[in-house]
Design a protein. Structure first.
Length: 365
């Protein structure tokens, strides 16, 4: 897969982030991270419901010789939104243009990408909820009518010229779907959530990627890494590389369950996948605020983390495993969190009324 940087004018200022086009032709990989990405839907592990929906969409689009409808992928980071988009480009046999919303600060940034698109191409915008308003409004006619409206001139002499665009597919990826404006969200034909992975799915991913990295690993070692990967393939890959280092230095190079446990304890990743920051967050909630409830801003100030980081990086997994509860009054540590950290749960957890109004999945706030 060749990575081709977008063209830039020598006199123009350098963009803050690169925009790249990925060609569908198979080329020798020059980056290790690229080799770990699955190449097709059959190699993609997990997200069974999503794969089934996309499989139907791909076959239908190919049979009609049309481009895919616009898609929006949302969910916590590291679950494979970019990987599945690259797979869609390969399956459809088209180019994919990768960029991020913060890189599209000015109208000409998005206009430059749109005019380069060819029929059927995919435009992937990561963190699309961060698009500037003026850039977002340019996308409306591009997504619906496949045209680019350009304003020529200023003041009373200004005129709007419409430039036709080839039919293309916009794929938006976001960790905060609720932050998208309704007009933009409604223009996507398919909205799909990516969910956390099961331990056995992560173990399969670890075994596959260990083979690509030429690292010997047994099933128990892969399962142990998968168990501590917080339901996220990106974290599983990162832990695999760290355990590989430990196995080469402290062992014979083979990743076993014992080696995986020793390595991950060294990196302070416990059997439930909690790292030092996770445990510190829960510990402060228990010791400083008597288990809660407390507000997000107060928790951020006490931990020294940004509130957005807590909400987007740490909370989703802690809520999923039932260690953190969210209510209208704030964040609370659960009885399971007390026990995991070695604390005695307060007697109030035995009272059914204490759980009234608690939202264990964090859906209300």
């Amino acid at each position: 897969m060749a990575i081709i940087s977008s063209r830039s004018d020598n006199n123009a200022p350098e963009p803050k982030r690169p925009k790249v086009t990925v060609q569908p032709e198979k080329q020798p990989e020059d980056r290790q991270e690229e080799t770990l990405r699955p190449k097709g839907l059959e190699e993609y592990v997990g997200q069974k419901a999503l794969k089934a929906v996309l499989g139907v969409a791909i076959k239908a689009a190919k049979s009609r010789q049309e481009s895919l409808d616009h898609l929006l992928f949302y969910g916590p980071p590291g679950l494979g939104k970019t990987s599945i988009s690259l797979i869609l480009a390969r399956e459809m046999g088209v180019n994919i243009h990768l960029t991020t919303a913060p890189a599209l600060e000015r109208p000409r940034d998005i206009a430059g990408l749109l005019v380069k698109l060819q029929r059927g191409d995919i435009l992937f915008i990561d963190e699309i909820h961060r698009l500037p308003r003026i850039t977002e409004e340019i996308l409306y006619p591009a997504m619906e009518d496949f045209r680019l409206d350009v304003t020529v001139g200023k003041g009373q002499t200004a005129k709007i010229t419409s430039v036709p665009l080839p039919r293309f597919t916009l794929i938006g990826a976001t960790t905060r779907s609720g932050s998208l404006s309704a007009p933009l969200r409604d223009r996507f034909g398919l909205l799909q959530a990516l969910r956390f992975y099961e331990v056995d799915e992560l173990a399969t991913i670890v075994r596959r990627n260990a083979g690509l990295l030429k690292v010997p690993i047994d099933d128990a070692g892969a399962l142990e890494i998968g168990r501590r990967a917080r339901g996220t393939p990106r974290i599983a890959n990162r832990l695999l590389k760290r355990v590989r280092d430990y196995a080469q230095v402290e062992g014979d190079g083979v990743i076993t369950e014992a080696i995986a446990c020793q390595a991950l304890e060294l990196y302070e990743v416990d059997p439930r996948g909690l790292d030092w920051t996770d445990r510190r967050l829960l510990q402060i909630l228990i010791e400083h605020y008597n288990g809660g409830p407390t507000g997000l801003e107060a928790l951020a100030a006490a931990t020294g983390e940004e509130s957005q980081t807590i909400e987007e990086v740490y909370e989703p997994y802690l809520i999923q495993i039932g260690y953190l509860l969210r209510s209208a009054r704030g964040r609370m540590a659960s009885a399971a969190a007390y026990k995991h950290l070695g604390y005695e749960p307060p007697k109030r957890f035995e009272q059914a009324s204490f759980l009234d109004g608690i939202d264990p999945l964090g859906l209300r706030n």
